[in-house]
Design a protein around this ligand. Structure first.
Ligand code: GDP
Length: 365
């Protein structure tokens, strides 16, 4: 599956956050396909719709969909020129599909800051610079190869060369690849380069307990928000320390604790949702008396592919899908009523599944 990597400088709260993630962890028995690795934390994706469906259908069992975070340890500074740990850091980032960049926004004299003071923008730039330098190296290598061919009027090479030069200029100005605009044709070339700075990124501003209800007074958070605007990135505010406490509570306790704090949704839940959508993921549901279940698919996937997520036989033998949107089902009140209202459609192999669809697949074995 797709995974989001957690990165950040030392002492910003990564381990605290990652512990909260594994503590909150999904019941792994439900997710036999997920990775078993100490650096991977599997979380359930919070979804109000799944609760509503459960009330409606009253199944024996409800299974949320899950999502993986990868803890990316390693030395950050100098990674792009370094060997060993630094290289490892970059190669781990290469393997994830999106980056959650944890930034220290809490002041605490007891906790050493690697750079001597809390300065979120400097921290962000330290890591981003390593990513940019690594990408610059990738592009330079490619320019060496393609440059000559481009001069010999090789059309494909010329096209790639143009893209490489555009990237190189941007990197030299400290820009990330994802902030640059490309045509569709150019984008295909960019994808082949497997750049680090093309990956979607979100900043996780880690604030102190005192700022969790209203972070607007935290100047560091304001700085990160301002920075992220120019960077095509989102910002989520959390307090890793509180998240670690929340993660130890079960459903009811958690609700009460959040109410006491005066917040609607835990920072971790917000982070899970944001990372999920950052990866272009969406959810469809299956709803039977035995089980109501949420499934993750990639936006744009068609019905047979989505069926294949449940079982490869479903994809191979796909005939058609019976489907109704979550809103229509909720409005109708039951599957039967939705059917009578003509809201349940029969869709074929070209149907692009939508977020919130309730799917019933018909297939040949
Ligand atoms: P890492 O090196 O990035 O993995 O950072 P850690 O998770 O080990 O955190 C470093 C220190 O900061 C630890 O002593 C944590 O208890 C502390 N810390 C982490 N998050 C918070 C927070 O939200 N508020 C405060 N006050 N301290 C925190």
């Amino acid at each position: 599956g797709l995974t989001a990597g957690i990165v950040g400088l030392p002492n910003v709260g990564k381990s605290t956050l990652f512990n909260a993630i594994t503590q909150a962890g999904a019941e792994s028995a439900n997710y036999p396909f997920c990775t078993i690795d100490p650096n991977v934390g599997i979380v359930e994706v919070p979804d109000e719709r799944l609760n509503k469906l459960t009330e409606l259908v009253k199944p024996k069992k409800t299974v949320p969909t899950a999502f993986e975070f990868t803890d990316i340890a390693g030395i950050v500074k100098g990674a792009s020129k370094g060997e060993g740990l630094g290289n490892k850091f970059l190669s781990h980032i290469r393997q994830v599909d999106a980056i959650c960049h944890v930034v220290r926004c809490f002041a605490d004299d007891e906790i050493t800051h690697v750079a001597g003071k809390v300065d979120p923008i400097a921290d962000i730039e330290t890591i981003n610079l390593e990513l940019i330098l690594a990408d610059l190296e990738t592009v330079d290598k490619r320019i060496d190869r393609v440059g000559k061919l481009a001069k010999q009027k090789d059309k494909d090479a010329a096209l790639e060369y143009e893209v490489l030069v555009k990237l190189k200029e941007a990197f030299e100005q400290g820009k990330m690849a994802r902030t640059i605009e490309f045509t569709e044709e150019q984008m295909k070339i960019v994808k082949h380069l497997h750049l680090l700075t093309i990956k979607p990124m979100l900043y996780v501003a880690n604030v102190g307990e005192e700022d969790i209800v209203d972070p607007s007074g935290n100047e560091y958070v304001q700085q990160v928000r301002e920075y992220a605007k120019n960077d095509n990135a989102e910002v989520i505010v959390i307090c890793a320390k509180i998240e670690a406490e929340i993660a130890e509570l079960d459903g009811e306790e958690k609700k009460m604790f959040l109410e006491e704090l005066g917040i609607k949704e835990s920072g971790l839940d917000q982070l899970i949702k944001a990372a999920y959508s950052l990866l272009g993921l969406a959810t469809y549901f299956t709803a039977g008396e035995q089980e109501v279940r949420a499934w993750t698919f990639k936006k744009g996937m068609k019905a047979p592919q989505c069926a294949g997520i449940i079982h490869s036989d479903f994809e191979r033998g796909f005939i058609r899908a019976e489907t109704v949107s979550f809103e229509d089902l909720l409005a109708a009140g039951s599957m039967q009523a939705a059917r009578e209202a003509g809201k349940v459609r029969l869709e074929g192999k070209d149907y692009v599944v939508q977020d919130g669809d309730i799917m019933h697949f018909r297939f040949n074995v």
